[in-house]
Every structure is written in C-alpha cells, then in structure tokens.
Design a protein around this ligand. Sequence first.
Ligand code: ADP
Ligand code: ZN
Ligand code: ZN
Length: 738
Amino acid sequence: MQANHDTHIVQIALPVPLRRAFDYRVPAGEKPPQLGQLVLANFANRDMAGVVVGFGPSSELEATKIKNYQQTLPSKFKLPAELLTLCQWLSDYYLHPLGEVLQSSIPPYLRQGKALPENNYWQLSREGKGLNHDALKRSPKQQQILRYLLEHGYFDSEQRKQLDFSASTIKALEQKGLLERTDTEPEQKQAQARVSELLKQKALELNGEQQAAVDAVRFHHFACYLLHGATGSGKTEVYLQLSERALRAGQQVLVLVPEIGLSPQTVQRFRQRFNVPLIELHSGVSEAQRARNWLQALDGSAQIIIGTRLAALSPLKHAGLIIVDEEHDLAYKQQDGLRYSARDLSIYRANQLKIPIVLGSATPSLESLKQALDKKYHHLVLKQRASGSAAPLLQCLDLRDQNMHAGLSQAALGAIRSCLERGEQALVFQNRRGYAAVQLCHHCGWMSECPRCSASMTLHSRPARLHCHHCDWRSRVYQSCPNCQQSQLESRGVGTEQLEQALQQSFPETPVLRVDRDSSRSKKSFADKLAQVQSGQACVLVGTQMLAKGHHFPNLKLVIVTDADQGFFSSDFRGMERMGQLLMQVAGRAGREGSRGLVLLQSHRPDHPLLQLLCQRGYYSFARHLLSERLHNELPPYSFSAQFRAESKRAENASALLETLRSAYSRLYPPSQEHSLLGPMPSSMEKIQDRYRFQLSVKANKRSTLKSIVKALVDELEQSALSKRVRWSLDIDPLETA
Ligand code: ADP
Ligand code: ZN
Ligand code: ZN
C-alpha cells in the first residue's frame, strides 16, 4: 500500500446493518472531506448518505478496487468530534453497527441533506399589543389570533398550521397593522438584547436540604449525583438553580425527561425561569423544527436543551451540565433497533465532557442506588416536601373475602365518599385501560383471544370493540358465545372504562374524569380535564400511568390503587422494583399541599413483608431490601446481562437460531462460575402478530466477560444462514428479562 494514497481514501460509515465502515476514494476534483462530514456514496447499487469516520484504507482491499464516492453533501454542519466519539462508544457498547448509530443521531432532515423550509414568526405590533381580549369582536377568527398572541406572545409557521390560523386572516391583521412577521424567533431576539438579565422570574429561596444539594455539585469536573427526593421535595427547583450556575458561566444545560407529554411542567418551568434560548428535542417537534433546533444546539445559540431520550445525542458546543429527571423511568431505554439507555449514555458523556450530571428521582433505580451506596455517585437526599406538607400515609386494604364493586371494596368506596364530602378530590389508579381485560364464556370457558398474539383481547365499551393492545387487532364484541352459542358472555379484569361507569353510578352528583390513552387522544380534552382538576372542585379521577407522573393537583387528598399485587405475579425479577416505583409515584399525587394525603393499596396479600416495608418505611428501605436479594441471587446490578431475542413465523426457526448460540457457547467456554446461559426459551408473550418469539440470556459477573462472550456469539449469529431468515436482536443491560 502506498502511503500517498491515504489522504484520498476515506472510511465511511453507512446506514447498513454491517458492523464496519467502508473505504471509498475521494472523487477527482473534490477536496478531501473532513471527519464527521456527510458524503453520498453508492453501496449495493443504492446511493446513501454516510459519515466520514476515518482516513486511509481500513482493509486490505487492493487500492485499485476502491470505488469513488459520489460527492460531499452540501450541508451546514459536520458531526462534531465529540458526537462521533459518542456514537463510536454506543456502537461498541451495544454491539450495533456504527453507520446505523450515526444515522439515528442526526435528525432526518439533515442527514438527507434536505434544505430546511423557511420559518416565520408572527407577533402583535405595538398597536396590536394595545388591544384587549374583547377587541375585534366582528371577526371571531381575528379575535382568536389576537387572544392567542396576547396570551402566548408569538407563533411560528408550524404552530400556525396546528392552530389552524388561515393565511387570509393573518393577512387581514397584517394589513390592519396589528400583526408583524419576522424570521427570527421573537423570544430569542429579546434574549440577545438582554443577556445580562438571565432570570425572568426570581429563584425560590431554597430550604436547607435543597441548598446542600446545590452546593454539593462541582462544575467543570465529572461527577455523577443522585438527587434522591420524594415527589414534591423540590428537585425541579434544584435543577433550576444548578442550571442557573451553568448558564451564568456561559455553558449549555441538557435536560432529559422521560416523556414530554407527561412532563410539560418541567419544560414550562425552565421557560418561565430563564431568559435564554431554549429548544426542545422530542418526537412531538416536527422534523424541520428538530433540525433547526439541533443546529442551534450545535452552534451554541440554544442554551437550554430539553428533550426525551433522543436528545441525549444532541450536539453541545459548550456543555456545562446534564440533568436526567426521573432517571429510573423505562422510557430512557430504547426498545428496538439500537437498544441504548439514554441515562447510561449521558453518564458516559458527562465523563467525557468533564462536567457534572444529576440523576433525579423519588424512586431511584436499583442500579443507581447501588452506585450511590458504593460511593461512586454522590447521594443527595431531599427528605421533606418543599411545600411543608407531610408525606402521604400509605395503608393496605385487605381484599380477602370482601364484596367487590367493579374492582373496588366497600372500604375504598367509603373512603372516596368521605373524601368527597370534605370537598376534596380522589384518584383511583387502575393500570388497565378499556372496559375489561377479557370476554369470557362461563359455560364452556371460551375467552376473547387475539388470533395473532398469545394474549387476550381487551373489551372496550366506547366505542364497543375487542382490541388487542399488542398488535392493534380489532374485532366486534360478541353477544353470545361464538364457541357454544349457549350463553351470555361475562367479562373479567376491571378496566378504567368500567371503573368510570361504576363510580359515576355510585356518585351521580360528582364529576368522574377518566384519563388514559383512549380518553386523551386529543391534547385538548386532556388539557381540559387537567384544568378542571387543578381548579380544585371535588371530583373523582380514574386513570392509568398517565396520571401517576408529574402532575400537581393541590386538592387531591386520596389515592386508591385498585391492585397493588401486580409485582407479585411478575415473571421478571424487576417486577417488585417496578411495582414499588409505580406505587410511590402514584402515592406522590396525594396531599401535595395542605393537609396530609392518604393512599390506600388494595391487596390480597396485605401482610406481605415487602408491601409492609414500602408502606411503613418508604421506598429507600424497600429498595435496599431488594438490593440485598439481588446480591444474594447474583442478579443485576450485582451481575451483568444481555439478551438475544429471535422471532419468526416459524417457531422452530427462532428457537433453532438461538440453539446455535447455546452450542457455540458450550464449545467456546468451559463451564464456569463466572458466567452462565439461560435458554433458549419462549418469551413471556410467546406470539405477537403471528410471530413466535424466543430468547436467550447471558449472565456474567464482570462486564468485560459478558462483552467478550456476547461478541463471540454475535459473530456466530452472523455466520449462521438462519440469521438471514429470522429476525434477531441483541439487548445489552435489558430492562425486561421475562
Ligand atoms: P419535585 O420536582 O421534587 O417533585 P417540585 O420542584 O415540583 O418538586 O416542588 C414541589 C412544589 O414545591 C412546587 O410547587 C415548587 O414550586 C415548590 N417549591 C420547591 N422548592 C421550594 C422552596 N425552596 N420554597 C418554596 N416552595 C418550593
Ligand atoms: Zn361458550
Ligand atoms: Zn394481537
């Protein structure tokens, strides 16, 4: 190989499922590209955009056989070295092809080199700002825009579409001189004009615990802080004041939240507090806007970046602080393709950047708690609620031999009644939407099963249907049994719709509000319901997980959990941890202001030691107990695991593919205490959408051991002819092992 060829040969990572980069030659007349630039290359007869990840030949391929790539893509950016390194780490850690990792790190608009559509902003002119809400009566459409702007300040081209403001109405307002159009974001203009005024709103005076937490964090160094504070203890205020420090030093702050729809308050509180450009990165932002936002994070003009999992890969020009709110949340782990954990990635990233990272939660994951107990993370604890109100009281309600009414015991109904009589609000938590889990024939035992999945079809009443929540299959509701034609059908497993109806019958005078994915398809109806609850009027809320997180309802005093036993039935060793987290999250909605809240857990095993521990001593004691069990059983976080999954329309193919891994493992590794293999075996949902699913887990006492075994097995898989016909995936540090 001749040395002078090197600068003309570049290594390109292409979005293909192969775990390597490819050598191409710089086309004649083009300048050699830079690291991180996008180029267009032909691969297997397709043109695709790839990222330059190195120079010089990476393989022994004869230099003359190396093809030219087409061209360097004209784009406004190149991937910064830091992101390139981050993607390389992801590719290495999760054993995922680098090209695909890079692909998912760049917003679609930018990686295809598309030009961004122009964005416009509209705000009221000086004259417009002088009008009040009731002006422009004669044109309701104009008045609607006026009112929106008086409240929100401005809207842009995309919001305009969403809000359905017509071009002609806007034009009319422009002609009247009431509306102005610009091409830069108005708030940003303001912020640039007044950089000296960082705060829009005064910071709260911290209590002692909060102050200690803020003071503990050292900037310009890597350290991981676990901010462990009960719901309502003021973690968000700590995030805000830490962010203020970073912003004052001219640095950017990256804030991750699990799901944007469930934490709009967090975004709002950052917006209300700071006078600096803030951008959002999540799936609710349109692709064009995501690309714009991403570029602002890259050039440093955006100073606060808030987003979901995908924002963990946002570029940062002057990174100063990373915050991961609700760090225990499952949503941080991607469940397909590149199965990365945004939390774990962020910790690695903070380390590379030499900046602090704060993981916040009322119910930390056992992984993070262990690190804190081992003194690898700083454990910052907030014990008191910031509002001064006491933590809610948790009690079990014994369900054994009780008369039940739509899943509620008499004691639970009685508690709701007295709560309403005091003019307070109650929440009934039921983590199953629909009317009932299944339709059932009491005569012959027929059940409404999904024809495509090993799961039952949920019965819904409005609109009436049977619906598979795993594959979306729908069918009509049966009036009589399709098997024996004899009898009327019954239902089992109460869902939120049934609860709503039953509660409305029991309390005909009181509003009963149901919040779940079915009732909240429209953002507006969700917002309307939340507003109604916030107003404080006595009511009963019925809902799923959607209600468990984040919300602050001042007059909510009672929480009923209809079924606290789910963790006991879980086949996953993380079942109990999840149950504890969920119960504490839901419980955290009760009594956030004023008098103490009450949380009633309906259970058939009210004396279970773990449930008792949770009720009496709280999450920390509960979690430490679970950790000691994990240690005893050598389960994560005291061991490391990976899971191979295979699925196919033919069950024997899926299991055969994993069987080849088992034999490779036995061939390559003599039996040892250090590692083990479990499977292949059917997944807990054996069939989804007519595909059979199998799994195989690898466990090791050291991460390095796990990695070398998994690598060897992946090589084996790629050699196997079956792997072309069977869909397989690899999950490192899986969250669900059942
Ligand atoms: P968390 O994020 O831990 O759930 P929040 O930050 O939302 O808690 O705080 C709960 C409530 O307490 C909020 O209404 C917040 O404004 C208020 N709060 C937080 N810190 C203080 C403080 N130092 N003084 C007064 N009120 C506070
Ligand atoms: Zn029947
Ligand atoms: Zn199905």
